[in-house]
Design a protein around this ligand. Structure first.
Ligand code: CO
Length: 217
């Protein structure tokens, strides 16, 4: 088996470059992390969380999965959220989807992939919830883009509904949930204007975010 020496070499070069800029960087970071943000995004290799928002190591706690789905029984995602909220006390949770998401496209088309069909079933639930709005859109690409947006909005709601976030809000911990979407073709994040910082806001902010989406295009 060929070794991945080229990646090890790149790592050496990167660590040296960081050291040249800031000789104490790694030592300082090794003591503790205190990120302000939890990023929940898609696993897609074109959507690298830290790079997109220009944050160095230590600033962003990250969970990624196919199609940035938040499922109430996903122990992996819940553990990341609980650690981020209860231990690290992040101030913001960002759910960032992206246009051109293969997982969302497969869910929209009902493509058979294999085991992943079960995971993407959650995105199909989003598709069914918004089937009338999606049917009114002409063209496969704009329809898929809208489902990417709807998916972010639904996943933000799921984050808000977790016991982790509800309990944080109940004890007065400052925590805001945000819905963003990233453009592969221009490198830009768009705020879907669904930001929730208290349990009582979810319903009205959800409705406003959906209105905003349909008014925008
Ligand atoms: Co994706």
């Amino acid at each position: 088996m060929k070794s991945l020496q080229h990646l090890i070499d790149r790592n050496r070069a990167w660590a040296e470059a960081v050291n040249r800029r800031d000789p104490d960087f790694f030592e300082r970071l090794a003591q503790q992390q205190s990120p302000q943000y939890l990023w929940i995004g898609c696993s897609d290799s074109r959507v690298p969380a830290n790079e997109i928002v220009g944050l160095p190591p230590g600033e962003l706690f990250v969970h990624r999965n196919v199609a940035n789905v938040v499922v109430h029984t996903d122990l992996n995602c819940l553990t990341v959220m609980q650690f981020a909220v209860d231990v690290l006390k992040v101030r913001h949770i960002i759910v960032c989807g992206h246009y051109g998401c293969s997982g969302v496209r497969a869910a929209l088309a009902g493509e058979k992939i294999g085991l992943s069909d079960n995971w993407l079933r959650h995105v199909q639930d989003v598709r069914e919830r918004h089937s009338a709005a999606l049917a009114a859109i002409d063209g496969a690409v704009p329809r898929a883009s809208r489902l990417c947006e709807f998916n972010v909005i639904e996943q933000v709601t799921h984050v808000c509904q977790t016991s982790i976030v509800r309990e944080a809000w109940d004890r007065g911990q400052p925590l805001a949930i945000h819905g963003w979407i990233y453009g592969l073709d221009n490198g830009l994040v768009r705020d879907l204007e669904y930001t929730v910082s208290a349990g009582g806001e979810v319903g009205s902010r959800y409705a406003a975010a959906l209105d905003n989406l349909t008014a925008a295009r």
